[in-house]
Design a protein around this ligand. Sequence first.
Ligand code: GUN
Length: 278
Amino acid sequence: MTKIIDGKAISAQIKNELKEEVAKSGLKATLAVIQVGKDPASSVYVGNKKKACEYIGVGSASYELPEETKQEELLKLIDDLNADDSINGILVQLPLPDYIDEKTVINRISPSKDVDGFHPESVGNLCIGQEGFVSCTPAGIIELIKRSGISIEGKECVVIGRSNIVGKPMALLLLANNGTVTVCHSRTKDLKEICKRADILVVAIGRPRMITAEYVKEGATVIDVGIHRTDDGKLCGDVDFDNVKDIAGAITPVPGGVGPMTIAMLMVNLIKAAKLVK
Ligand code: GUN
C-alpha cells in the first residue's frame, strides 16, 4: 500500500510542539513580516504566517508597504528592524516589484534574523555543515521524510529543480543526511532514466503533472513541491498524483503535502532565532 504523506498533520504536530515549548518556557519572540504591494497570493501567505505566530503564542509585526515603495525605504526599514531587539526574525515576502533588487534586500537582513534562510551566510553555513537557518520548504521536506519513518542515509536521491529557495538547499540537506544526491534541471539529458533510479525523488520543476509513473521506481518516495491551479479550478502538483500513486512507496499529495510545512518550519526558525538572544 502506498503511504500518503500527510503534510497537514505533520505541520500541525510541529506547530503544536512549538506552542507547548513557548508556553512552558515563556520564550518571547516576534516575527516582522514585510510585504511590498498587494499581490493576492502573497497576501494569503503573509496572513497565514501571521496566524501561525498567533497559534504558537509569539508575536508578529506587520509592515504593508505600497507598491511604489523605493528600494532605499525598504532597506531603511530592514536596518531599523535589524537594530530592534524586540524583533527576532525578519521576513520579506517574495516576489518583490521588478524595480527592487531581491538580492540586495535579502543581503541586508541580519543573518541572525534570517528566518527564511535566504542570506548568503545562511546558505554558506548549510553548504559547509555549520549551524544556521535553513530555507523552510526544503527543511520541511526533510521533516516530512523523517517523520514518515523513511531513512535518507545511503539512498539515491534525485532533485529536479535548482532554484536557490528549493532545489539547491534541498540537495545540500539530502547530502547532509548522507543521501547520494543528483540534481536535475531543464537542460538535463535522460531525465526519465535518472529519476527512475531514485529512492527519493523531489520534484520542483513548476510544470503541472509532468512526472508520471514512467519516471518513478517501484517503491520510491515521491515529494511534490509544485502547486498549480488547473483549468477546472482544482489544485495539482508537478507530479501526476493519480498516475504515480500506485507505483510509489510514499507520496505527498497536492494540496496537503509540502505546502503546509513551509510555515511550520518558519516557526521553527523563528524560535531558533529567539533562543539566540536568550
Ligand atoms: N514567496 C514564496 N515562498 C516564499 C518564502 O518561503 N519566503 C518568502 N519570503 N517569500 C516567499
